[in-house]
Design a protein around this ligand. Sequence first.
Ligand code: NI
Length: 135
Amino acid sequence: MKVTVSRKAHFNAAHRLFRADWSAAKNEEVFGKCNNPEFHGHNYELIVSVRGEVDPVTGYVVDLKILKDLIKSEIEEPFDHKNLNTQVPEFKTLNPTAENIAVVIFNRLRPVIDQNLDLKITLFETPRNFVEYEG
Ligand code: NI
């Protein structure tokens, strides 16, 4: 019997979408307002979902207290109130789009969550725009 357990989290962060190898005009054309050289922020809403067998002893798929603490240490502390481009190493050479942020979050959490459990990341960049990644 497999059940999906999810934990919601939140972080505010600034970013800028651009390619250094493109002209200013090309960056403006492709990324529009998200190319603002002075950066801009989003209120990111994160849902971390873990799917697996229910432990017959505890009745848990995963201890949500442990999941909460992992999200805090691996994602919220390094991302919250940060400039993603300049303060999160993965984005030194990777555009911090919602897509890439979801992949980076997955890659940070995957090694610290039981390999018998499936992991899925849902990331809202705005209340209406969100991406999903499950490896
Ligand atoms: Ni943006």
